[in-house]
Design a protein around this ligand. Structure first.
Ligand code: SF4
Length: 448
């Protein structure tokens, strides 16, 4: 259970030396409690106290990482049932399943498609990061060679899928440095799979028919000292899949059931033969509360909506997405190019910059820090008022980069143009269009 700031403070050394970056132990404790600091920043905490605080303040859904390097996928760390309570921490990993019985040409084609499944959205790169490699040949050597070939070809977080410990053992010989997720320990193989996970320091998935069986297996594995577990309750239909996800999350968060305090792995393709339905089920599982979603196919039309749903659900509702405050050059602007200003809400920036770019009129786009608020909201909150805009115009250096003194403000803020002219007497304030879609026509008039 998470500790309060005061409970953490009681365990700190109380030197108030400031070496952790904040002036007092109490302030450091408060930052630790809200996840804004790491305990490692205090050099005076003893190992015993560190272990006690780490254990007591660990999130009810354990954080774990599958894979290594750039494509590592972090799961868990969840502390709430609903996004609006605080935020959801780590979006689910989307995995494409590949079998060792597939023809090489099919595998190559799927891998080359997977490689190019990359989408830019509000300045972020969205892409699937996982491959689930499934043993269906019955041949441990063949599976290990298949795993090696895929790893050599593609940088991705790997899931090794086989119910047979001897097959996983062979595959780990060529892949354990990549920290794959081992899928899966069952009631019969828990001990053998647990030993492999322990020796290789890789995370382990648990597969049981229903939550009672899952809990019995996780209990056994916890007893062996394993902590990085992922669970699969093998639901028989969509209703049961959703029910299990909610029960797992609620049991871990509310009832503190430690046997269920883990991320989950799901297979929507096992619940339908229809590819579009598989995508729909995956979208439900993104909302409620899958850790890994293994898909039988990955194409742009099914992956992009899933990545987008995930982005929308897993952004922090307390922190609007924002871009950096600065002068952006669009299309190589010159001294006589138009100067426009808007807020640093990501969506505003990308829509406005996109419209300016498509107008083919080079321009200077001034982005003022409004803490991620959109133009009207920022104006209402006093973060896009004439006085603060004037301060930004003076300090951003745009006056040294253009010969003219004309500033285009968003159409919705026409009312502040007089006040802004008073604050910036050297500048002529022009009111731009209300809608970004009309910017192109507006800028063309400028150059005419
Ligand atoms: S470094 Fe440790 S002892 Fe020093 S102020 Fe921070 S928490 Fe307290």
């Amino acid at each position: 259970m998470a500790l309060s700031g005061i409970e953490i403070f009681k365990k700190l050394p109380k030197k108030n030396c400031g070496e952790c970056g904040v002036p007092t132990c109490l302030a450091f404790a408060m930052k630790l409690a809200t996840g804004q600091a790491e305990l490692v920043a205090c050099p005076y905490v003893s190992d015993d106290v560190r272990a006690a605080i780490d254990e007591a303040s660990a999130p009810p859904i354990r954080t774990l990482t599958i894979g290594a390097g750039d494509r590592a996928v972090k799961l868990g760390g969840e502390t709430v049932m609903f996004r609006h309570e605080k935020r959801l921490e780590n979006p689910p990993g989307l995995a494409l399943v590949l079998s060792d019985t597939m023809d090489d040409s099919v595998v190559n084609e799927k891998l080359s498609k997977f490689k190019y499944l990359e989408f830019e959205r509000v300045g972020l790169i969205l892409r699937p990061q996982m491959l689930a490699l499934k043993e269906e040949s019955g041949d441990a050597g063949k599976f290990a060679a298949f795993v090696k070939r895929v790893i050599d070809q593609m940088d991705a977080a790997i899931i090794l899928m086989s119910d047979r410990p001897e097959v996983i053992s062979e595959a780990l010989k060529v892949s354990k440095d990549k920290k794959p997720l081992i899928y899966a320990a069952t009631n019969d193989t828990a001990e053998a799979m647990g030993s492999l996970a322990k020796e290789s320091a890789c995370p382990l998935a648990v597969k049981g028919s229903g939550l009672d069986e899952v809990m019995a297996i996780t209990d056994k594995l916890l007893g062996m000292g394993l902590k990085d577990l992922v669970i699969d309750s093998q639901p028989v239909n969509v209703k049961k899949a959703l029910e299990d996800q909610v029960v797992i999350r609620r049991s871990a968060l509310v009832k503190k059931v430690k046997q269920l305090g883990f991320s989950t792995i799901t297979f929507p393709g096992q619940l339908t033969d229809n590819k579009m339905k598989e995508t729909l089920i995956a979208s439900l599982l993104i909302a409620k509360y899958a850790g890994v979603i293994v898909l039988s196919e990955m194409e742009g039309h099914n992956v992009f909506p899933l990545l987008l749903a995930s982005l929308n659900i897993y952004t922090d509702p307390q922190r609007p997405m924002a871009v950096e405050e600065k002068v952006y050059e669009i299309g190589g602007p010159r001294e006589d190019s138009p100067v426009l200003i808007t807020s640093n809400f990501s969506l505003t920036y990308f829509i406005v910059s996109g419209e300016v770019e498509s107008s083919r009129i080079p321009a200077w786009l001034l982005i003022k820090d409004t803490e991620g608020l959109s133009v009207l909201t920022a104006w209402a909150a006093g973060k896009f008022a004439a006085d603060t805009v004037a301060v930004f115009i003076k300090k951003c250096g745009i006056a040294d980069r253009v010969k003219h003194r004309k500033l285009v403000i968003p159409g919705y803020l026409a009312g502040m143009s007089g006040e802004l002219e008073e604050e910036l007497p050297d500048w002529q304030i022009l009111v731009g269009p209300r809608e970004a879609a009309h910017l192109s026509a507006y800028l063309k008039q400028w150059s005419a």
